[in-house]
Structure formats: C-alpha cells, structure tokens
Design a binder for this molecule. Structure first.
Ligand SMILES: [Ca+2]
Length: 536
C-alpha cells in the first residue's frame, strides 16, 4: 500500500510512523476542542468561508508532512494536512508565477491567453480579459465578500505621463486589477518582491507616491532596482501582508457576520528576496531559504489562529498550495548538505516541465466535508478551484467559464476514487507543453523547457528526441524516456493535447475561442503533427 504522506516511499519509515502516531493523538484532541468552543454564527452550515493560501516558489519537499527528509518542521501546514486531506499529485498550471495565478483565478490554462511563455513584468498590462468570470466574481455573485491580499502578478494598468517607465503617475488609480475582477478588497503588491515598483496598493491606488529607489544585491535577499514607497520595507512585507490578511477576517466579522468570505492570500514568499525577519533568522540551522519557509508556515498559522479564535474552523475551506516549484535561488546544493531537497524525489525545479517545476504541495481542510488524516493520489490542477467552488454553491458555470476546471468536491468527500480529470496539461517557463493522463506523462520538448539541465538554448540537446514519455507510476523521477517504446501512447496524448488547444477547453462543453498565434513558442510540434498526423 502506498504511504499516504510520502507517495514515493513505503510506509515503514520510522519518522513517518512517529509523525502519524502523534497525529492520531492530536486529531481527537483538536476535534474535542473545536466542538466544545464552536461559536458558528449560523446553526446551519451554509456556504463555507474559503481561504486560499498561495505560497510563492514553495517546493513539494519543503513541507515536513510531505518529505521524510525535510530539514525543518512546518507545523501549521502539517496540521492542516493532518486535519484534512493531502494531495500527492497536484499540479500548478505552469512552472512560473503569472500563468499559474491566471489559471487559479480564471479556471483556464494561461497559454490560451496572450501570455504564451514567461511572466508579466513591472509595467505589463493586465492579462485577465475584461468580462471573464473569475473565482472572485463567481463567489461575489453568490453572496461572498471577496478579498485579495498579497502578490498579484497578473499585470496592472498603470497610468503613465509618457512612454518612459519612470513616468508612472502613482497618484492615479491602476486599472484591470483585482477590484475590476470581482474582489471587493485588495491590499498587496504588484508582482514578485524582486520586481519593481515596490509600493503597496490598496484597492486600486498605491498607498504612497514613491520618492526613492532601492536595490539589493545580497545573495539571498536581492531585488531589482526600482521605485520604492516610503512605507515599503522589503523584509517586512511578509509579516505586513499576514497582518492585513488577519485584519481582513477580523474586519469582515465585525462589519458583516452574515456573508461568507473568500480570502485569496498570495504570499510573496519564500520567493526571492529571501528575507526571513530577525526572529526567524537561523531558526532551522540550514540556510536563509529554510528559515523563510518556516516563516511562511508561521504566516499560515496566523491565519488559522484567527479562524480558531472566531470558531470558524469547522465550515471554512482552507487550501494551502504553491504557484510553482522551488527556485534554484534557494541553493539546492547547500540544502543537500542538510539532507533536504525542496523538490523531494522529483526532477528539476521552478520553470521546468519536469515535476519539480509544477508538482505542488496541496493540503486542504474542511471538516464539514473532508475527513481528517486523509490523502488523495488524484492528478489535480490548481485551475480546479473554480469548478469546485461552483459545485459547492450548486452554481452552473457558463460554457465559457472555467474551461480547464474540474470539480474536486467528490474527491474531498471521499466519494470518488476514479480520475476526476481526463488529462492535465503542464506548461514550462519557455512555453513547452506536457500532458499527463493516468500514469503517462508526455513532454513535447527535448529538454527541461526551463532552467535545469538540459536547458533549452543553453545546453547541447543534439541527439535528444523531440518528445519524452515517462511512466509516472514506476519512474516518479522521470529518468527513463520511453517514447520510442510506446509510439501509440505518444500519438494518443499528442492528439489529445492538440484537441484541448484547438477546442479552447479541456473539460466537456462547447468549443471556445482562444488566442492563437502564428509564432507560438513551445508549439512547434503542432506543425509536425499537422504535416504527419501519425507523429512519426
Ligand atoms: Ca512563483
């Protein structure tokens, strides 16, 4: 039987046994405590509050409950796993920040948008199309108060004085951001914490007009040169945003205790700049990245603390996950000296088409529907939030909404063991594709599609096949390319991916338009397929 916490390992691991034993003691105690002090505001369960915590560049192997060799503990995230369900085969829609966020918020793979590779930069325009259903607009329409706290990174409509980037008019509102996409409240930052401008934005306006420029060239704590607000201190951003997330819940309860709330809390960490605050520096005895991961766990704990304080833990759906794999900026070699691999047993890291790029930690807690201490090996995608929320609310999505989103509710409730998704599409930094169906993963490029060996355009890939086929049951680490042994599988999966692209959706329903481009990086194989449908 597969170990529920460590899918690649047998369950006789002594560390796991010790941990699981401690959970068995803790869970009944927790249930006693929550049931005795329950102060739910409505006697009927009603729609759940939804708290979605998205870490930035947090690796699968960075959670203690997912990695028997983890060099630090993550008690808050482990507690959510112990009291709910842990997924061992969850995937971000991409191996980078922006496209994964697009997928979470729209239920649609980002490569259907104008963004075919990479991420948005400082002054890039919004990439979520006006009028598209978002997770926030869906929930708002269904009676929720909706808030986005943290890192946006989906482009914003800055108002310029002229074409030069330094001419941003910070006194003017930004357009196309969270407030126009269904969020009642936004407090956060433009993009990654190493991408300027370094200003807090509340709703649609910067909180200050920056008067200075900052830059850092520290090995771990670096950020690019750029506009910086007087109220903006890089190493205080994570605690400040955490405070804002907690404050949102407190304010919501004080102002309106009838409506459920949706909090999308997008942490800027443990992405660069890796800046654990004083009380976390050195806490793991490893390196600053490890310390920063522990601070991320602390942030998750602060949100759970406020839910507990108000008796909201029973009927709140809490999801904690990450937008892509751990970055090499964490220094994998240094962490290996402590036996720690942020990518666990998976190949590669952030940016890659290999599992290290997009197989994510995903823990979910909702006692009304999810039994404690459970796990699922279902292949799921972060695009699945929209259809799951629609199902929770018994709401029928429009045909054009959530075109790559599958309902996970039957998995949460333990009613469904068969695969929910027909197949799942992965996407890398340079726009390379992979498709996963059952045990088979077909990669439509010869290398990593990202930053690990063999790097596209950097390493010599002469002689490597154009496709890679891996058996994800027997070869979790993607070591043996079987494409020449299973041409039928290669053909079937290539055709399925092409169908998903050209029909504008990967879920049942009417075909939808999408942004096709004459030059679409990562899609060169489509032309070969068209010329020779057999793919040979
Ligand atoms: Ca990221």
């Amino acid at each position: 039987m597969q170990n529920i916490f460590f899918p690649g390992r047998i369950s006789s691991n002594p560390l796991c046994a010790r941990y699981c034993a401690s959970l068995m003691i803790c869970i009944p105690l927790f249930l006693m405590v929550t049931s005795s002090c329950k102060t739910r505001l409505d006697n009927s369960p009603g729609p759940p509050n939804i708290v979605y915590i998205l870490a930035d560049d947090l690796g699968y192997g960075d959670l203690f409950c997912l990695n028997e060799n983890a060099a630090w503990k993550t008690p808050s995230m482990d507690e959510i796993a112990a009291q709910g369900m842990v997924f061992t085969d969850a995937h971000s829609g991409s191996a980078l920040c922006t496209p994964t966020r697009y997928g979470i918020i729209t239920g649609r793979y980002s490569w259907r948008s104008t963004l075919k590779s990479g991420v948005t930069w400082s002054w890039d325009k919004p990439i979520i199309e006006t009028g598209r259903t978002t997770i926030a607009s869906l929930l708002k329409e269904n009676g929720y108060t909706t808030a986005c706290i943290g890192k946006w990174h989906l482009g914003l409509g800055w108002q310029m004085q002229d074409d030069h980037p330094d001419s941003i008019d910070f006194s003017k509102p930004v357009t196309g951001g969270p407030i126009e996409l269904g969020f009642d409240y936004f407090y956060g930052i433009t993009a990654s914490l190493d991408i300027p401008p370094y200003v807090y934005i509340e709703n649609d306006r910067p909180t200050t007009i920056p008067t200075r420029f900052t830059v850092s060239r520290d090995k771990y704590g670096w950020w690019r040169w750029g506009h910086t607000g007087d109220d903006f201190v890089h190493d205080q951003v994570l605690p400040h945003l955490t405070e804002k997330a907690v404050q949102f819940i407190e304010d919501h309860l004080a102002e309106n205790n009838e409506k459920p709330f949706f909090l999308y809390f997008a942490l800027p960490a443990p992405h660069t700049p890796i800046l654990p605050t004083d009380e976390f520096q050195g806490i793991t005895g490893t390196n600053p990245y490890g310390d920063f991961v522990v601070q991320v766990d602390w942030s998750v704990g602060k949100v759970m603390e406020v839910l507990k304080k108000h008796g909201l833990t029973e009927n709140t759906l809490v999801i904690v996950t990450s937008d892509n794999g751990c970055s090499p900026e964490a220094d994998y070699e240094e962490l290996a000296m402590f036996g720690h691999n942020p990518s666990y047993v998976f190949r590669g890291h952030k940016a890659d088409i290999f599992e290290g790029g997009h197989r994510m930690p995903f823990v979910v807690r909702w006692p009304e529907k999810i039994s404690p201490g459970t796990s699922s090996g279902q292949t799921i995608c972060l695009t699945d939030l929209m259809a799951t929320c629609a199902a929770i609310l018994d709401y029928k999505l429009l045909p054009e909404a959530g075109v790559d989103s599958y309902n996970l509710l039957p998995v949460f409730s333990g009613e469904e063991d068969d695969p929910i998704r027909e197949a799942t599409v992965h996407h890398s930094a340079n726009g390379s594709f992979a498709i996963r169906k059952g045990k088979w993963k077909l990669i439509l490029c010869p290398g990593s599609g990202g930053w690990s060996y063999p790097r596209p355009g950097v390493d010599d890939i002469t002689g490597l096949p154009d496709t890679q086929l891996y058996d994800m049951e027997s070869d979790l680490s993607e070591t043996t390319n079987l494409q020449d042994q299973f041409p039928d599988v290669v053909e079937e999966l290539t055709s399925l991916l092409m169908k998903y692209i050209e029909e504008g959706r990967s879920t049942p329903g009417p075909a939808q338009p999408y942004v096709d481009q004459e030059r679409w990086p990562g899609l060169e194989w489509r032309e070969r397929q068209r010329i020779d449908p057999s793919g040979s």
